[in-house]
Write a protein that binds this ligand. Structure first.
Ligand SMILES: *Cc1c(COP(=O)(O)O)cnc(C)c1O
Length: 398
C-alpha cells in the first residue's frame, strides 16, 4: 500500500507545476507560423514580459533553457578576453561564471559562501580597485536556487555606483521572475535573463533576455556576435521568424500567453504577496520543527531568503531519506540539495529544497509541510512540536 497514489505534486525548484490552463492552451495541432493567430499573439507577449521584468527597454525570446539565456546574454556583451566579475552566492553563480569562461572571458569570482549573502562593501572595493575599468560586467544571480539566497540587486547597483564603475550589471532572474519582486529599470539592471519553467509556469524550452540601451551600445561595440545569439534582430524583428532565429516555439508560445494572462488576472503585486506569505508559512514550520530537531533553514536572515525556493539542512542521510519517503509515500517530490556537499557529506544527503514558485497555493504548501512532518516521524528524525500549527497561523492571517 502507498498513500502516494493520487495527484502527484512536484515541489522541486523548477520545472514548476504547469497550470491546467497552460497545458490546455498548448494542447493543439501545429499552427501556421507565417501569419494568423500565432504571429499576432507573439507581438502581445513582448510588452507583457517587459511588464513582469519591470522594464521599458528590450525583451527577446530564445528557444532554449536557462543555460541558453545565460549564454545568449553574455554573447552579446562580452568579447573573448574581456573581464567579468561574478559575486557568487551558490551553485548557479558558478554555473554562469563557467559559461562566461567558456566564451573566453576572464572571470573573477568573489565567493560569498552559501549562507549569508553578498558583502556589497567588498564588491565595491574590488570594483574601485579596477582603475582601468577592465571589468566589463558584474554578473549577479538574483535568487541562487541552490542556496535560496536572494540578493538585493539594487544594492549591487549601488556598489557599482559607489565605485564609479561603468561595468554592465547583469542579473539572473531564472528562479525569481514572477515570484520575488524584481524591477529591472528602477534597480539599474542593464541585462536580465529568465526562463519559462519556474515562476512563469510554462514547461522548459524558452529563455528570455532583457536589455537596456547601455547594453545595446556594448553590443554595437562587439567585434562580432554569433547569429543565433544576436539579440538585435530578435528585439526589433522585421520578419516574424527573427523573433526566434527560425521556427517559432509554437506550443510554448500558446502556453506562455496563457500564463501571462493568469499572472495579469491575479495582479503582479498579488502574485508577489502570495509567494511571500507561502514562503513565510514554510519558514514558520521549519523554525518551529528546528527547536526540537536537526532541520534548519539554510538562510538565517529573513531579508536574504527567496520567496520562490527554500534550501534546507537536516544532516546526512536524513535529507535524502526524507525526499524518498515523501515521494514514495505521500506523492510529494522535494528538490535535491545542490552545491552543498562537503567532505563529511560528499553527495549532499543532508540537504534538500522546497520549490514554491509559480502555480502554488496554500493547500499545496500545507500539504507538502504536513507530508514532510509525517516523513520525519516515519524515518525517525526528531522535530519540535507545533510546526504545522505555526504554518497554518501564517496562512490564517493571510
Ligand atoms: C534553473 C536555474 C538556472 C538554469 O536554468 P536551466 O533552464 O536549467 O538551464 C540558472 N539560474 C538559476 C538561478 C536557476 O534557478
Amino acid at each position: 500500500m502507498s498513500l502516494a497514489n493520487g495527484r502527484p505534486y512536484l515541489a522541486i525548484p523548477g520545472p514548476s507545476v504547469s497550470p491546467e490552463r497552460v497545458l490546455r492552451a498548448m494542447h493543439r495541432s501545429a499552427p501556421n507560423i507565417y501569419e494568423g493567430a500565432l504571429v499576432e499573439m507573439t507581438h502581445g507577449i513582448i510588452p507583457d514580459l517587459k511588464r513582469i521584468a519591470g522594464t521599458e527597454h528590450n525583451a527577446t525570446i530564445y528557444i532554449g533553457n536557462g543555460h541558453a539565456a545565460w549564454e545568449a546574454a553574455l554573447s552579446n556583451v562580452i568579447a573573448p578576453g574581456e573581464k567579468v566579475l561574478v559575486p557568487v552566492t551558490g551553485r548557479f553563480g558558478y554555473g554562469w561564471a563557467e559559461m562566461a569562461q567558456g566564451l573566453g572571458a576572464e572571470v573573477e569570482v568573489i565567493d560569498f559562501g552559501v549562507r549569508t549573502g553578498m558583502d556589497m562593501g567588498r564588491v565595491a572595493e574590488v570594483l574601485a580597485a579596477d582603475k582601468a575599468h577592465e571589468i566589463k560586467a558584474v554578473m549577479g544571480v538574483h535568487v541562487d536556487t541552490s542556496s535560496s539566497i536572494r540578493t538585493d540587486m539594487n544594492a549591487l547597483r549601488a556598489a557599482l555606483d559607489e565605485a564609479g564603475h561603468p561595468a554592465l550589471l547583469m542579473a539572473d532572474c531564472i528562479a525569481s521572475l514572477g515570484c520575488d519582486r524584481f524591477e529591472m529599470d528602477a534597480w539599474g539592471v542593464d541585462v536580465m535573463v529568465a526562463a519559462s519553467q519556474k515562476g512563469l509556469m510554462v514547461p522548459p524550452g524558452l529563455g528570455f533576455v532583457f536589455f537596456n540601451d547601455k547594453a545595446a551600445q556594448k553590443r554595437a561595440d562587439m567585434p562580432r556576435v554569433s547569429r543565433y545569439w544576436d539579440w538585435t534582430p530578435r528585439a526589433n524583428p522585421e520578419f516574424y521568424y527573427q523573433f526566434f532565429g527560425g521556427t517559432a516555439p509554437t506550443h510554448h508560445l500558446f502556453g506562455l500567453r496563457e500564463a501571462l494572462d493568469m499572472i495579469h488576472e491575479e495582479g503582479l503585486e498579488a502574485v508577489y504577496a502570495r509567494h511571500k506569505t507561502l514562503a513565510e508559512a514554510i519558514w514558520a514550520a521549519v523554525e518551529t520543527w528546528g527547536q526540537g530537531g536537526p532541520i534548519e533553514l539554510n538562510i538565517a536572515d529573513r531579508a536574504m531568503r527567496s520567496h520562490a525556493v527554500t534550501s534546507l539542512r537536516m544532516g546526512a542521510p536524513y535529507g535524502t531519506q526524507l525526499r524518498r519517503w515523501t515521494e514514495a509515500e505521500a506523492g510529494v517530490t522535494l528538490g535535491i540539495g545542490l552545491g552543498m556537499s562537503s567532505e563529511d557529506d560528499p553527495k549532499g544527503d543532508g540537504f534538500f529544497r522546497f520549490g514554491h514558485m509559480g502555480h502554488v497555493n496554500a493547500h499545496m504548501v500545507l500539504g507538502m509541510l504536513a507530508s514532510v512532518q509525517a516523513g520525519m516521524s516515519a524515518i525517525g528524525v526528531p522535530y519540535g512540536p507545533g510546526g504545522l500549527d505555526a504554518a497554518t497561523e501564517v496562512i490564517a492571517r493571510g
